[in-house]
Design a protein around this ligand. Structure first.
Ligand code: ATP
Length: 512
């Protein structure tokens, strides 16, 4: 897939009411987006899939909904005031701003691409007898690139770990990384930039307090650890899940809903005994990957990417990456956060935040495994994987969103063949019976073919056409989105046929 396809997905999102630029009539607000009538349904379905997979499938995971505003000291304790920074660099010619680490990561990805292309070429040439491992170990061009990559990577990881901004700049210079816009290598120094938004709470006369818009939902969970543990009588191990908005003043915000300044997270913090965290880390990695793969986009679209630089609080961390039109990108982070957050809140609040473990007969600060996924990035990955342009017989083509049926905004399109003879009334009657279970859409405008195309474009898995025969024998033609096959079925079978494919329950059963 290419950037070109990405552009098409972005315009498709707008054209069919999935995603709009925020404040569009005022020329937009950078990196802020609104979800339209289709987008909100898809987004809600994604959230429900996540939420149910956490709180229904796990007896020991419960949810909360904490406020966006929190006491400012929380962000001192969490380390965000001092360390939630990104290294930024400007190109003096284009005046564009970049994340220095992302420039280097992209450069590394390019070298990887070169290597992989070389391997693919050879695989084609040698056919079945191809030994990939051997080729990678012996081919001089691959070896040369691999060595170059490893050297840069080692320097990069060390610079990040040491927060060595000069070295980050030097890597950019040494790798001859040019600004994609101006094409020049005229770079400024690298500086740290704090990503938190702040505002004031209370009127100035009674002494306003500087508060932050939360940059992650996780802290709302940590500060409620005792509340939930005590009132819910939770026993370790247990988890707290939350879905909510987060805000980051991102330096580079040019990739549609991949990187936004206001976005939504689905986070789950799982509290465990100290010493057992890496076991749980491995378990949640597996559980979360299963959740992703169950959507059926193909296992090849996912990979884990272990972190080079561990955050100040983590002792293990990995990303679930998804193959977006612009390459493999992080959709979810899974982190072993140790007891950093709870201990830190103990220290800053002066309150004891511990768990008495009846089996061990002692109190301790629990360790935490976090799974943190962006709703919007998940949305983008679902859109990218579902968007499909198909050539049909007779020179026609269609754009179809092959959304997993459980996530599709509309489950059923109901189309009267003509706008008269009682067909519209019959169509409405079908909707009135099914509307309690499925979101249905009535459409009587234009030819049936055009109406099918419209439903294809928003990913509706089923359409039924009501015709004159329907009035006589209560049957309709049902048409399947992916195969475009049609068959005649009795109206009273519709609920069963549709439920079988679109039910979230069936999807959850594949992972639960
Ligand atoms: P990145 O390295 O891409 O900035 P991150 O590692 O800072 O992401 P986390 O802090 O681990 O991200 O946040 C968890 C998840 O929240 C990410 O995997 C991503 O899906 C989502 N997320 C983070 N920042 C944004 C953003 N600016 N816009 C949309 N989603 C985001």
């Amino acid at each position: 897939m290419s950037e070109d396809v990405f552009k098409k997905i972005v315009s498709h999102c707008k054209e069919y009411g999935f995603v709009f630029q925020s404040s569009e009539i005022y020329d937009g607000l950078s990196a802020v987006y609104d979800y339209g009538q289709m987008g909100v349904e898809l987004k809600n379905n994604i959230k429900k899939y996540w939420w149910d997979s956490m709180v229904l499938l796990n007896e020991n995971v419960v949810g909360i909904d904490s406020a966006i505003f929190m006491h400012p000291t929380i962000w001192k304790a969490s380390g965000h005031v001092d360390a939630f920074n990104d290294p930024l660099i400007d190109n003096k010619d284009s005046k564009k701003r970049y994340r220095a680490d992302v420039l280097i990561e992209d450069h590394l990805a390019k070298i990887d691409d070169k290597i992989n292309k070389e391997v693919e070429k050879a695989a084609k040439r040698f056919g079945e007898s191809f030994d990939e491992a051997m080729f990678r170990q012996t081919n001089p061009r691959v070896l040369e690139n691999q060595q170059k990559r490893d050297e840069i990577h080692t320097r990069f990881a060390k610079a990040l770990n040491d927060s060595n901004l000069e070295e980050l700049r030097q890597i950019i210079i040494d790798c001859e990384i040019a600004d994609p816009i101006s094409g020049t290598r005229n770079w400024t120094d690298v500086r740290q930039f704090n990503l938190m938004f702040s505002t004031e709470m209370g009127s100035t006369t009674d002494g306003a307090m500087k508060v932050y818009l939360r940059p992650e939902t996780a802290q709302g969970i940590f500060v409620n650890f005792l509340n939930v543990q005590k009132t819910g009588r939770m026993k370790i191990p247990f988890g707290i899940a939350q879905i909510g908005k987060a805000f980051r003043n991102e330096i580079v915000a040019r990739q549609f809903i991949f990187r936004m300044r206001e976005f939504e997270q689905m986070e789950m913090q799982f509290f465990v005994r100290p010493g057992e965290e890496l076991e749980w880390f491995a378990k949640w990695k597996e559980t979360r990957m299963k959740w992703h793969k169950a959507l059926g986009f193909g296992d090849k679209k996912y990979r884990f990417h272990d972190h080079d630089k561990l955050a100040h609080y983590a002792n293990a961390a990995t990303d679930v990456e998804f193959e977006m039109p612009f390459g493999f990108k992080e959709v979810e982070g899974i982190h072993s956060r140790t007891d950093f957050d709870l201990s830190s809140h103990e220290e800053f609040s002066g309150k004891k935040i511990q768990y008495f473990d009846p089996e061990l007969n002692k109190s301790y600060v629990p360790y935490v495994i976090e799974t943190s996924i962006g709703v919007d990035r998940m949305f983008l990955s679902v859109m990218s994987a579902s968007y499909c342009e198909e050539q049909l017989e007779g020179g026609e083509s269609r754009v179809v969103l092959k959304l997993p049926p459980a996530l599709a905004p509309i489950k059923l399109g109901v189309l009267p063949l003509v706008k008269k003879d009682g067909l519209p009334e019959k169509a409405r009657e079908i909707i009135d019976n099914l509307k309690f279970d499925f979101k249905c859409q009535y459409d009587e405008k234009d030819s049936i073919g055009k109406r099918y195309r419209r439903q294809d474009a928003i990913g509706t898995p089923y359409c039924v056409t009501v015709d004159h025969q329907t009035l006589q024998d209560n049957t309709v033609t049902i048409r399947y989105r992916d195969t475009m096959e049609q068959e005649r079925v009795a109206i009273d079978r519709l609920a069963g046929i549709i439920a079988d494919k679109v039910s979230l329950k069936n999807l959850l059963k594949t992972i639960g």
